[in-house]
Design a protein around this ligand. Structure first.
Ligand SMILES: [Zn+2]
Ligand SMILES: [Zn+2]
Ligand SMILES: [Zn+2]
Length: 134
C-alpha cells in the first residue's frame, strides 16, 4: 500500500470509471462525454478532461495518443506493464505482454550499452469480428 492520502472520490469520477469499464476500446474525453450524456449523466466536458487526466496520473487508466496528439483512455484489466493490440476499425483492444518481448528489449539495449530504457509498443490490426465483416 502507498501512503498517499485518500483522494476524495467524486460522484463524477465514479460515473466516468463505470463508463470506461463498459468499453473495450480506448475513448477520448469527447467520446466519454457523449456516452455519459446518453446515459443521463450531466458532467461538463471540462470536468471529464480533468477527471481523466487525474485518473491517468493515479495509474487507474492507460493512455494512448492519437497521431494528432489527442489522449485516449482505457481502464485495463492488467495491472502493471503491458502493451495493446488495437483494432483499427472498431478500436477493440486486447492487452498483451510477455517476457519474450521484454527480454529481447533488455538484451538489445544492453548490447548497445543503453540504460534507463523505456519503450512503447503499439500493435494495430483488424479484429476477428471486423475481419469477418470485411
Ligand atoms: Zn492497458
Ligand atoms: Zn474491430
Ligand atoms: Zn513492454
Amino acid at each position: 500500500m502507498t501512503t498517499t492520502p485518500a483522494r476524495r472520490v467524486t460522484k463524477q469520477r465514479v460515473a466516468i470509471a463505470d463508463q470506461l469499464e463498459r468499453s473495450e476500446a480506448f475513448l477520448s474525453a469527447q467520446d466519454l462525454h457523449a456516452a455519459l450524456s446518453r446515459s443521463g449523466e450531466r458532467i461538463g466536458l471540462a470536468t471529464v478532461y480533468r477527471t481523466l487526466s487525474a485518473m491517468a496520473t493515479d495509474g487507474e487508466l492507460d493512455v494512448r495518443r492519437t497521431d494528432d496528439g489527442e489522449a485516449l483512455y482505457r481502464r485495463c484489466d492488467t495491472e502493471g506493464h503491458h502493451h495493446h493490440m488495437v483494432c483499427r476499425t472498431c478500436g477493440r483492444t486486447v492487452e498483451i505482454g510477455g517476457p519474450k518481448l521484454e527480454e529481447w528489449l533488455a538484451e538489445v539495449s544492453g548490447r548497445f550499452g543503453y540504460v534507463d530504457i523505456d519503450h512503447t509498443v503499439e500493435i494495430t490490426g483488424t479484429c476477428p469480428e471486423c475481419a469477418a465483416k470485411a
